[in-house]
Design a protein around this ligand. Structure first.
Ligand code: OSB
Ligand code: MG
Length: 384
């Protein structure tokens, strides 16, 4: 499928959370997010969200200044060059090849890829999940809780459980780990419960986390360094709760290294949180999901406090048979942001999301609102 693009424009939109979100690296309230808008010769618009954070505390190049630089200086020029040479972009693989030589910049690349998927789905008149080979129409979803105090965590958890969510994930850090996990387990003896440390521990203090064994947790997410696979595989031999990787997986190759490091224990003790922006987009994310399924490694789709547009794309991805655990899809209130960019919020019933037949992500961008909230940063005309 050849897509002829007339221009690419990058915007920033400030999204304000209804409830601040706290992790081991800080508290977020307003998130400045880049959006890549691709327009075709025939007037279609494809939109890709890049769920940046205010700074690189989660990992490198997830801050909006880094993403804007990569897009403006390297990625969009590379795509424009390929477009001029080939009289269009021949599909997702052609798009990815145009910027494959650029190292890193996974978040920035994912925004261009998402915009391209949106255009292609519109051109085919199909939902993204059908383009991605999804088969599950209904699946359970969970919420991620970022509270600063035990009281806040319990209040957010009570709300989420009352709304029917099937899985809770709670943020932990040294000094706030076993206590909140135990309190949640006592309150909700049967819920799927998991914790996320966002790389807050090191080799001198990770042993504290052994205090979580016995609480019947589904997983401990990224306890150690953001760029580490090896030490995570080592500690997974000494702790019975499965280790889940987030920050340190950027590609199919990283997932393969993890599977090799865990060896025969991979299907029991290794879980991978697949975040499409962290692995440069949905094409790589799908490859990782399928590769993990082959080895019996469980996967789920992690959020990045995405808008309803980003979450809707992730929900389309969640229809793949390969993805076995509930993803991070909704805030406890059902709506994350004071103002979101879709015409309708995402909803689910009793913690179960059901996908429809709507084209592309299955929700509509509220363009009037987008135009009001978005600040244009730069643009580029395409030739060919
Ligand atoms: O580590 O999963 C994470 C949000 C920002 C940065 C990192 C993480 C998160 C989340 C968000 O946990 C969950 C969500 O979007 O629902
Ligand atoms: Mg995480």
């Amino acid at each position: 499928m050849n897509i002829r693009i007339s221009d690419a424009t990058v915007f920033l939109v400030d999204l304000t959370l209804r409830t601040p979100f706290t992790t081991s690296f800080g508290t977020a309230t307003t998130l400045r997010r880049p959006y890549v808008l691709l327009r075709t010769d025939d007037g279609r618009r494809g939109l890709g969200e890049i769920p940046t954070l205010p700074d690189p505390a989660y990992k490198a190049e997830v801050d909006h200044p880094a993403v804007l630089t990569s897009l403006r200086e390297f990625i969009l020029p590379a795509v424009a060059k390929s477009h001029a040479a080939n009289d269009g972009i021949g599909g997702i693989e052609a798009l990815r090849s145009s910027y494959a030589w650029i190292k890193g910049a996974v978040f920035a690349k994912s925004g261009v890829e998402a915009a391209m998927w949106d255009l292609m789905a519109q051109q085919e008149g199909l939902p993204l999940w059908r383009m991605w080979g999804g088969t599950r129409h209904s699946f359970p979803v969970g919420v991620s809780i970022g509270g600063k105090t035990l009281d806040q965590v319990l209040a957010l958890a009570d709300n989420a459980v009352a709304l029917g969510y099937k899985r809770l994930k709670v943020k932990i850090w040294p000094g706030f780990d076993v206590e909140p996990a135990r309190a949640l387990r006592e309150r909700f003896p049967d819920i799927l419960l998991q914790v996320d440390a966002n790389s807050a521990y090191d080799l001198s203090n990770w042993q504290r986390l052994k205090g979580l064994d016995g609480l019947d947790l589904l997983l401990i997410e990224q306890p150690l360094y953001d760029d580490d696979l090896y030490f995570h595989s080592q500690i997974s031999r000494e702790i019975s709760t499965p280790i889940c990787l987030d920050e340190s997986v950027h590609s199919l190759r990283d997932a393969e290294v993890a599977i090799a490091l865990w060896g025969e224990r991979a299907s029991e003790r290794l879980i991978i949180n697949i975040k499409p922006p962290r692995v440069s987009g949905y094409a790589e994310a799908i490859a990782i999901a399928n590769r993990c399924a082959e080895s019996g490694v469980r996967t789920w789709i992690g959020g990045m406090l995405d808008s309803a547009w980003g979450k809707a794309m992730n929900l389309n991805f969640n229809t793949l048979e390969a993805i076995t655990l509930p993803g991070d899809h909704f805030s406890p209130g059902g709506i994350y942001f004071v103002e979101d960019i879709t015409t309708t919020p995402l909803s689910c019933t009793d913690g179960i999301f059901t996908i429809g037949e709507g084209t592309s992500a299955g929700v509509e961008i509220d363009w009037e609102r987008f135009d009001r909230l978005a600040e244009r940063q730069f643009g580029r005309q395409f030739e060919g």
